[in-house]
Design a protein around this ligand. Sequence first.
Ligand code: SAH
Ligand code: SF4
Ligand code: F3S
Length: 413
Amino acid sequence: MKFITNDMQTESGDKTIDESRQGEAVMVEPKRGHGKKLLLESYGCAMNFSDSEIVASILTEEGFGTTRNAEEADVILLNTCSIREKAEDRIRNRLLAFKKMKRKNPSLIVGVLGCMAERLKETLLEQEKLVDLVVGPDAYRDLPNLIEQVGTGQKAVNVLLSREETYAEISPVRLNSNGINAYISIMRGCDNMCSFCVVPFTRGRERSRDPESIVNEAIELANNGYKEVTLLGQNVDSYKWNLTKKGEVKDENLPTVSFSELMELVAKACPELWIRFSTSHPKDLTDDVAEVIAKYDNICNYIHLPIQSGNNEILKKMNRGYTREWYLNRIEALRRIAPKCAISTDIITGFCGETEEQHADTLSLMKEVGFDMAYMFKYSERPKTLAERKYEDDVPEEVKGRRLSEVIDLQRA
Ligand code: SAH
Ligand code: SF4
Ligand code: F3S
């Protein structure tokens, strides 16, 4: 049985990317050379690592070569994470080191991409004067222009979020790939507004990617010898193609596709690929997902289903949209329909106002479910979130830490 330690949790963005890969640099061959070298480092969750493959695709088309060595770079880009304060602290330290390098090499261009760029917008550039370039997750197509703009001595910012951008037709460059597993982004953004979470602010509105482009990407990976793909989204269960939020058909001429149908399409098109997916939201997990897991041998018997807390009042304050009873009912459905399915979760300790009794409910839920694996975090208040505006972050740091140790010890046991 696996468990994840406290230290790993406080640093990395989320589950699919482990601590050893945080800050990993991208290495690819340029399409045509102008001799300029790019250092592109990725932090945070799998979505960010997947986005870096899009960025690398766009910039190698423009002739950039890549390097792991900051001393050698003409452009340094950090694809950043804002999920907890510590994730941002680590990136700030990295930017301070690059700022020193810039004193020696004034033509060096330093930029932030991803969630921290979106959250802090111009601040990193104007107030903190740490970077030349700030580009949010929906503006990567504009990177070549923005880099050119910085080259002419201007600062450049594009943090516009989009309701449509899915980078559907950009073929990601597979980075540092072992040629075995790859990510396929199936949707972007999140509409859930969990009160503790910064992602809806940094990634914008939820939108699903064209299923045909997803299936084609999977087929291409299979043809190139890949063995496993992970379908990625902040909330894959709410994947919907050609359907409105209310379930109405948008375009009569197009097929409608739900998440379970998408998995089925990929599973059938690529019988030789193992298919994984992340992350599922308990409020949207329907039986048909469990049914396709059970039906197709090439869909992995594994689901990551974050509970966050075992107490109903805390779940309500977190705005998670389900109760403990609902969650247990979903676990029961999974075990009934797909009995071989392993289950992992995420847990936050010390959320606003959490009492010892409420914390005990999380421990009892863990005992009841017996998770195969868990990612466990201390609550970290994030600016502008609902929790920051509405509730006091009043659980002392040492209590959050002690409760986290209890949760980790129980998971280990
Ligand atoms: N869409 C994913 C979440 C990605 S963030 C999902 O719903 O599972 C990954 C995990 O980070 C979350 O599940 C949560 O447990 C944790 N997390 C998010 N915001 C946090 C915060 N402010 N403090 C501590 N942990 C947080
Ligand atoms: Fe954040 Fe909730 Fe969306 Fe996950 S589902 S990204 S925790 S708002
Ligand atoms: Fe971090 Fe953004 Fe992912 S905040 S966890 S990199 S979506």
